[in-house]
Each structure stands twice: as C-alpha cells, then as structure tokens.
Design a protein around this ligand. Structure first.
Ligand code: NDP
Length: 307
C-alpha cells in the first residue's frame, strides 16, 4: 500500500514527486509511455526560471528525477491501463499488475493529435512525425512540411531548418493561433514559407512505405495541389491522456480533467496536475507549480484523514 502514487513522469509528476518525497511519503512515479513527458522531446527551454542561458528539456527532466530520487522517490516503468477510484484505497493497474494507494496524483499529460487520415496513420514513423526534435535529423537536405498554426508548428518549422532544405508550413486558416513573437521568428527564418487556408488531403505514398509527397486542398477554392516532400510533421495540438478515468473523474468535452482549488478532482484524495488539467497555460513552469500543489494537497489529505 502506497501513500502517494503519481501517474506520469513529466514536469508536473516529477515536481509532485520532489515535494512528496521531501514530505517523506515515498512516492511511486509510474513513468508512462512518454518518459519525461513533452519536455523530453524539446530542445532548449528558455523560459524556465533559474536558467538564464536556457536548459535542454531532457536535462531539466533528468535533474528533477535525480532530485526526487535523492529524497526517496521511486520510479516504475509502465503504463496505467485501468484505475478503480470508487473506493479507498484506490487501485491502479500498471501493465496488468494492481497497486493500491491512499492518494493519487494524475500527471499523465497530453499526447500529440493526428489529422486522422489513413495514409497518415500508415506512414507514422516512416516520414510522418509529431516530433521535429526526435525525427528532424533524418531529413537532412530534404523538403519537409509542417501542419498547424500554433506555437508548436512555428517552433518545429524553425527547428527543422537546421536539417531541411525547405520547410513549408500548412495551416487551415489565414489567422494564426501562434504568439506574435513565434510567428515573426518563423516568418523571418530563411527556408520557412507558409501556405494558408489549406489542409493536407492525403499523404503519399503508403504503398511505397515512405513519404514522397502530399496532396493539399485549399479550403476556400477546393483546389488540389501536390507537393514533393519527404516528411510531414503534424503539430496540431494535443489530447489529454485521461481515457482510463472516463466515467470516474469529471472532465471537459475534450477530456481535460476538471479541478477545483488548484488540483482537486471530484474524488477526494485524487489530484490532477500539469497538462492533463490545464488547457490554457501548458508551460513547464505552470506544470511544475501544479505538481507542487498536488503533492501538498495529497500530504494534507493524508494528514486530515488520519492515514
Ligand atoms: P494549439 O492548440 O495552440 O494550436 C494547434 C494548431 O493546429 C492551430 O493552429 C489549429 O488550427 C491547428 N489544428 C488543430 N486541429 C487541426 C486539424 N485537424 N487539421 C489542421 N489543423 C489543425 O497547439 P500548440 O501545440 O501549437 O500549442 C499548445 C500550447 O503550447 C500553446 O499554449 C502554445 O502557446 C504553447 N507552446 C509554446 C511554445 C513557446 O512559447 N516556445 C512552443 C510550443 C507550444 P486553428 O488555429 O484553426 O484552430
């Protein structure tokens, strides 16, 4: 029986584990599929306080992990496949094994969204990617496409110019969701150009087992055009990882967990931190902040329930 189980090993989960470990609660962190969360897929993080020169995302994550381990946090590889929150202690199933815990901190984050095309699905890992940092390297000297009009799309496009000969950003509207600073940076980056009011209608060519181009559709005129590109980076936002809690925890229409007073879910003793409950800020430092809140809440909950 655990006092605190933390689901997720990103910035929120690891910060919660630092606080819970220092409170002597010996938290168990379930790593999840994407170990280290989204920060582990980033390069330079320039806006985390305390790092005036910036810090590499994976390094920041490793430092948090080491920090929590120093105070007694434990880590377990694996993914939560089921949870029973109907009674205390709560039960979570990690790859077939059941664990009992008095409190639960859900910091399972959000995963990349896909366009939903059959051809896209067939070519994931074969030229279709949601992570420029992970896969950009493979397209040295090639033309690549980025889909999306948010900050992630801008960041990925700029990053990809390190390798690609040309980067085309395809966005479904003519207005951007990206912040002005990121958009300006992308606009002023050589090799990046934009195609607006346009969607990807098809990725070519699943029968060849690699990306050789895309079919684009202008949403205003309906006109179809082909592009020869070697990769498609899909940067159209994220979906919260909350499927196993459906029907037990309150969530909004998109599946983000609803919280009150910071990190309290509708079930006492279950807390949510980071991107899984934050669709607005989604920053490393806000995720860390809510991880801290969740751990303090869990500690107080244990104290007040005399456990
Ligand atoms: P956003 O939700 O901000 O943007 C998603 C983009 O994808 C939108 O332009 C949206 O279009 C488009 N889109 C969504 N679904 C589809 C679809 N099915 N087909 C085509 N286009 C689609 O997500 P981001 O990942 O860009 O950003 C998430 C958060 O992270 C934001 O708060 C952002 O500011 C932050 N961030 C900050 C960074 C930084 O400051 N360095 C870097 C990266 C992210 P539409 O606009 O029409 O809805």
């Amino acid at each position: 029986m655990r006092d605190v189980v933390i689901i997720g090993s990103g910035c929120a989960g690891l910060t919660a584990s630092v606080y819970a470990a220092r409170a002597n609660l010996k938290p168990l962190v379930i790593d999840g599929v994407e170990i280290g969360g989204q920060l582990s897929l980033t390069t330079l993080v320039e806006n985390f306080p305390g790092f005036p020169e910036g810090v590499q995302g994976p390094e920041l994550i490793q430092r948090m992990r080491d920090q929590a381990a120093r105070f007694g946090a434990e880590y377990r590889a694996g993914n939560v496949t089921a949870a029973d929150l109907s009674k205390r202690p709560f039960t979570v199933t990690v790859d077939g094994e059941s664990l009992e815990t008095r409190t639960l901190i859900i910091a399972s984050g959000a995963s990349a969204r896909w366009l939903g095309l059959e051809s896209e699905k067939a070519l994931i890992g074969k030229g279709v990617s949601s992570c420029a940092t992970c896969d950009g390297f493979f397209f040295r000297g090639k033309k690549v496409l980025v889909v999306g009009g948010g900050d992630t799309a801008m960041e990925e496009a700029i990053f990809l110019t390190r390798f690609a000969s040309a980067v085309e950003v395809v966005h479904r509207r003519d207005q951007f969701r990206a912040s002005k600073i990121m958009l300006d940076r992308a606009r002023h980056t050589e090799k990046v150009h934009f195609t607006l009011d346009t969607v990807v209608a098809d990725v070519l060519d699943p029968s060849r087992g690699e990306v050789v181009g895309v079919k684009l559709r202008n949403v205003k005129s309906g006109a179809l055009t082909d592009r020869d590109v070697s990769a498609v980076f899909v940067a159209i936002g994220h979906t919260p990882n909350t499927a196993v809690f459906r029907g037990q925890l309150e969530m909004d229409a998109e599946g983000y967990l609803k919280t009150q007073q910071g990190t309290r879910t509708n079930i006492p003793g279950v807390f949510a931190a980071g991107d899984v409950q934050d669709r607005v800020f989604r920053q490393a430092v806000t995720a860390a902040g809510s991880g801290c809140m969740a751990a303090i809440e869990a500690e107080r909950f244990l104290e007040s329930s005399g456990q």
